[in-house]
Design a protein around this ligand. Structure first.
Ligand code: WQD
Length: 339
């Protein structure tokens, strides 16, 4: 029997890669998305990869009627919840919108799952729930403490799920804590489409290499790291997507019932900003001019995953290195420029 997976936010950067991997392994996929942070043509671009075409329910995940329409039309076996707002700076400026969209969407979705007897959930969480990590690499049992409204919504949703699995012991959930997703699908057909000035390092580096931005500002050169710049655990978005498949397989095999299991998705290897710039210059064959400026408020020196739980539970490990991340990110950026 073909498994059916509902992916909320499945038209987004992470979502579209998760959908492509699910389709490539023979699952039937239903996307529910309002395209508030995604281009509708991503559905056609996923289809052009040649792995099949997802079903689409256009709508807001906070809308019970749209959720009932999706669960009523398709025999959903598992849900991957990716829909949500995710810009840290924006969340500081507009916290109520983040709580409304992220928390409101999660509660409405989980209520619909209970209504329709769908009890397998993969939640798109974030390493931001660790706040300022006290040690690195970070294990899932590390202290939690988000430092911004965006991170707090992720932490609160994990706690909502913790409460749900107590009330509904047949429910099984995995909360995937993403480190720093970068890169794009090897086909060059899907990738990150940042709107406006990119907040994150890799899209900004890619646009600087492409000449869209004149220079990159390196936020801080005086961190207690080998070269003084911030160290992060960058993970190829295709590896991240395969981590979602592994989590779905884990749940559909009957594992994790009555629990919300947090799992880090990272490589377990950190790269500094300067190392990332050099890797990108090698991949693109272009210079990335930069200036080292003041630290960005709220940044931490280092945030690197201990990914051993994902290996133990799912048999999953990230396989793609920084050079492939840069090459695929540059290929997508180049394709954007050519279109
Ligand atoms: C990476 C490094 C910056 C931009 C954020 C969210 C996290 C997740 C991923 C959603 C840091 C430096 C950056 C620039 C720079 N998003 N930098 N110049 O802050 O680790 O994580 O995005 O889930 O929740 O917090 O990622 O790419 O913004 O920064 O020097 O123009 O690059 O200081 O050291 P971050 P990032």
């Amino acid at each position: 029997m073909t498994q059916t997976v509902l992916a909320t936010g499945g038209a987004g950067y992470i979502g579209s890669h998760v959908v492509a991997e699910l389709l490539a392994t023979g699952r039937r996929v239903v996307i529910i998305d309002d395209f508030s942070n995604a281009d509708p043509d991503v559905i056609d671009r996923i289809a052009r990869i040649g792995v099949g075409r997802p079903e689409l329910v256009e709508g807001d995940v906070r809308d019970p009627a749209r959720l009932d329409a999706a669960f009523g039309r398709f025999p959903v076996d598992a849900v991957i919840h990716l829909a949500g707002l995710k810009a840290v700076g924006e969340s500081v400026a507009d916290p109520l919108r983040y709580h409304d969209v992220n928390l409101g969407g999660a509660v409405a979705l989980f209520q619909a799952m209970v209504r329709h007897g769908v009890r397998r959930l993969v939640f798109s969480s974030s390493a931001t729930v660790y706040g300022a990590p006290r040690s690195s690499p970070i294990v899932e049992a590390a202290p939690l403490g988000a430092l911004n409204p965006y991170g707090r919504t992720k932490l609160m949703i994990e706690q909502i799920i913790d409460d749900l699995v107590v009330a509904e012991p047949a429910f099984a959930s995995v909360s995937l804590r993403y480190f720093n997703p970068v890169g794009a699908h090897a086909s060059g057909l899907i990738g990150e489409l940042p709107r406006g000035v990119p907040n994150n390092l890799f899209p900004y580096i890619a646009q600087t290499a492409a000449g869209v931005r004149a220079r990159l500002s390196v936020f801080g050169g005086d961190y207690p790291t080998p070269d003084g710049t911030g160290v992060r655990d960058y993970i190829h978005v295709a590896d991240l997507a395969q981590g979602h498949l592994a989590a779905v397989d884990f749940l559909l095999a009957g594992e994790g019932k009555g629990r919300n299991t947090p799992v880090n998705l990272g490589c377990g290897r950190g790269y500094s900003v300067l190392e990332s710039i050099r890797a990108f210059e090698r991949a693109a064959g272009r210079a990335v001019p930069y200036d080292i400026v003041a630290r960005r408020p709220g940044d931490v020196a280092e945030c690197v995953a201990d990914p051993s739980r994902a290996a133990e539970l799912f048999g999953w490990r990230a396989r793609r290195g920084i050079d492939e991340m840069c090459a695929d990110h540059w290929a997508f950026q180049s394709r954007l420029m050519a279109s």
